[in-house]
Structures are given as C-alpha cells and as structure tokens.
Design a protein around this ligand. Structure first.
Ligand SMILES: [Zn+2]
Length: 471
C-alpha cells in the first residue's frame, strides 16, 4: 500500500489514482524573474522523488509543471529595464532548465508557459462570469468567494475573518486577508497588457494553474504539489476557480513540502539569504549530487536546515555509496553461491519500498541503503561475496537509484589519452623504482580528480569529488 499525507484531508490517505496504473501530477513551477534558489529546489527535488517512486512502482506518470512568465514582479522588472517580458524571462527560464538537469531532476512531460495560454485564461474568466462566480469592477475581474462555500477547506482558514466586498489585486497575500481575488487585472499605466474581450489587462497568477492543469491533465487529476507557501492563497484559489468552472472535484491528493531554512532562518529573497544552485556548484564547488542527496534526505514535511557542514556530510555519505559500487565493479570475485547476499537484499528491498510507500519516508529508505552497504562491506572484507553476489548488489543499488537519482552515469567511461599516458609513465617510474616521480604523478592526477589505486589486478582508477566546498 502507498499512502501520502493529504493536506486536504489532514491525514495519511491511501493512494489510488483515478485511472489504474496512471498518475496525473501537477506541480507549480518557477516564477522566472530571478534564479531559483535551493529553497525552491527543495520542493522540485521532493516532487522528483515522488515521481520517481511512482515510476519505480510501475505507474505511468503524466507530469505537468507550469512556467510563470508573467506576474507582478516580472512586469515591474521588465518595465524598468525597458525590455519585453520574453526578453526578461528567457535567461531565467534557460537557467532553470539547466539547474533541473544539474540536479538530475526528471523532466516533466509538458512545461506550459502562462504567456502562451492567455486565450484559455480569458475563456475561463468568461465562463466564471457567466456562472455567477466572478464579477467585474473598474476593468478588473474578481472571483466572488462568497459564491463558493468550500472556500478555505484546504488551508483551514477562518472564513469569519473575511471582509465582505473587499477585493485584493496582489497575487500573494497573507491568511489574515481572506478576500475576493483578481482573475484578470486591468491594465496599469505604462505596463504590459493583452487586449482581449475582457478588456486590456493581464491574468492573475492563480488562474494560470487552473487553466493549464485542466488543459493538460483534465478537470480532475490525482496529485497536485507545491511548497507550503502555496497552500494559501494560491492553491485555495486554484480549487475555487477550477471547481466553480467544471463542477467537478479538482484534485484528489494535495502534497506540500516544508520550507528550507539557512542556518535556522527561512530562505527567501526578502530575507536576502538565498543561495542559487549555480552559486553553490560553481563558486562553492559543491557536488550537485551531494546537494541533491542533502535536499532529499530530510522528510519533505519537515523543515530542512541548510548548512555547509550538512552539505559536506551529504558528500561523504554519497562517497560511501560510490566507493561501495566501485569496489563491486572493479574487484575480482570468486565463484560461489549468492545466499548471503540474497538474505541482505530481501531485507533491504522490503525496508526501502515500505519506507517510501509510507508518505515517502526517506530516512527508512536511506537506512536500507546504508545498512546494506555496511553489512555487505563485512562480507566483502571476509571475501564472502561471489561474482553473482556482486552483480546482484550492484543491480540493487542501481535500481534504488532510479528513485534517489544520486548516481547518474558521471564516471567517464574512457580516460583521455593524456591521462592514460600519465598512468603508463607512473607505471614505468615504479618499475624503475623512481618512487618520487611515481608519487608526484599520482598527486597530479588526484588534483585533477582521478584517484589511482594499486590493486592485485593492476592499477585501478576512479574519479573523486572535489575537496570540501569552500564557504
Ligand atoms: Zn500554481
């Protein structure tokens, strides 16, 4: 059984998709007005873990992630710089896709952009107007939350605090201000607008997700994710718009990821303590896969505290897995039975899968891996692993990595000629007992990320991660 904590029900619900074997998943994507920071990526990594686990369990997953390329901050910034919205957002959109790749996040099936769905948004606003859920005021259109009795069910807000007849134009607002919200905003002097049958203006933020999710996944779908910040008002408003429009239940499972804090403080642009993936990987030399493991390794419903020490520890843990695979893939093993390895795998596999099936309990899944490595290393030291046993162990770790995604094929399969020559030169130096030269070649290669090891099978090499990230 798979169960997830559903923000809507407030409890762990057994997961059953609408259509057998298929999961329709919508995740709120980035607002491309700046580089996304690791706090944003914590949510994308959690969603990637969820998706990979569902794939691992044999589901087909249809995944849609929107790109918000029009909203208040983007319009303000582009207007100030005198460039088009597209010109302004292109750089950040490209950077976002590069970061996804860097962190080995599986691509979504569709990345719809808000600016490419204006006619559909206009159509939904018009339909809401016709059904009596929306009204027109001073060139803008608002959703009338008093017409939607279920408003507040997801965020459990206090509807009594609502000020009747008060409207709010900004896309983000606090729980204390429960108001009618903008579906379509009238054009402001000097700002970008679309000339539509609703009049000149631009869409509110929330309507884009309602429109693009129903366009690509249908009126009802299985899972909708985001950060806890999105619960109110964004997701509350999406539910109101979509259900008022279609008359159907919008989403069955709402999954939300907690904040990432940095040295105990919430990471946000307004706090000025953000750090981007590119800063970490280029300026601080962080291994993207260590970063991925760090972001994965705290349960998604718990606050994650980012520190450089924690990143360093994640790097060491990752190295333990890499070293383990390296041993298994490069050592020679004797013939023999696989019983001791199979016993380890049976226990490990059960722990890994039942952990993740229980609301993505990552601690259990990671302890399955590290527990297996610890026990298998004991067998290794006693030479109790056979050729077939080694193959089974490698296959198990690689198959679990389909879920974790921390061991992409990054080792170069072929060494550059220049490195091969260096290794040969060192062998010749060793044969001539010129150990000073041999050691200096080894150190030179190590500095370039190639570690040599003299084993009974001959010289072995592996790539090694950069030294401890600079602070
Ligand atoms: Zn959204």
């Amino acid at each position: 059984m798979i169960r997830f904590f559903n923000t809507m029900s407030g409890k762990l619900d057994e997961f059953r998709p609408l259509e057998e074997g298929v999961v329709k998943l919508y995740t709120c994507g980035p607002t491309v007005y700046d580089y996304a920071h690791i706090g944003n990526f914590r949510a994308y990594i959690f969603e990637d873990l969820l998706k990979r686990f569902l794939l691992f369990k044999g589901y087909k997953v249809k995944h849609v992630m929107n790109i918000t390329d029009v909203e208040d901050k983007i319009i303000r910034a582009a207007t100030e710089l005198g460039v088009s919205l597209q010109q302004y957002t292109k750089n950040y959109t490209d950077a976002f896709f590069q970061d996804l790749e860097r962190l080995n996040i599986l691509p979504a099936d569709v990345y719809p952009r808000a600016t490419e769905h204006i006619p559909e948004m206009v159509e939904m606003v018009r339909a809401l107007l016709d059904k009596g859920f929306a009204y027109h005021k001073d060139g803008s259109y608002y959703f009338d939350i008093s017409r939607f009795p279920d408003y507040g069910r997801l965020s459990k807000i206090d509807m009594d605090a609502r000020k009747v007849g008060v409207r709010i134009d900004s896309d983000e607002y606090e729980k204390e201000s429960v108001h009618d919200f903008a579906l379509w905003k009238a054009q402001k002097e000097g700002e970008f607008f679309w000339d539509t049958e609703l009049g000149p203006g631009r869409p509110g933020w929330h309507i884009e997700c309602s429109v693009m999710s129903s366009k690509y996944l249908g009126d009802s779908f299985d899972i909708h994710c985001g950060g806890v910040d999105n619960i109110f008002p964004h997701h509350e408003n999406e539910i109101a718009q979509s259900e008022a429009y279609s008359g159907k239940r919008f989403v069955r499972y709402w999954l939300h990821c907690q904040h990432l804090v940095r040295d105990g403080q919430k990471m946000s642009k307004s706090q000025g303590n953000t750090i981007s993936i590119r800063e970490l990987t280029t300026e601080h030399g962080a291994d993207p896969m260590a970063l991925r493991l760090l972001l994965l390794s705290t349960h998604y419903r718990k606050m994650l505290n980012f520190t450089f020490d924690a990143l360093h520890q994640a790097g060491s843990s990752l190295q333990r897995i890499r070293d383990f695979l390296y041993e298994l893939e490069t050592r020679s093993f004797h013939e023999g039975d696989t019983a001791p390895v199979e016993d380890l795998l049976r226990a490990g596999e059960a722990e890994f899968e039942s952990g993740l099936g229980d609301d993505l309990n990552i601690s259990t899944a990671l302890s399955a891996i590290f527990g297996l490595i610890k026990k298998a290393n004991i067998l290794l030291s006693r030479e109790e692993i056979s050729v077939k046993g080694a193959v089974l162990l490698v296959a198990a770790v690689r198959s679990w990595d389909r879920v974790l995604g921390i061991l992409p094929a990054r080792e170069p399969q072929v060494l550059p000629d220049e490195i091969k020559h260096k290794i040969d030169e060192r062998e010749r130096a060793r044969a001539a007992k010129d150990f000073a030269l041999a050691d200096s070649i080894r150190d030179e290669l190590l500095a370039r990320g190639i570690a040599l090891e003299d084993a009974k099978e001959g010289v072995r090499w592996k790539t090694v991660p950069p030294a401890r990230p600079k602070k």
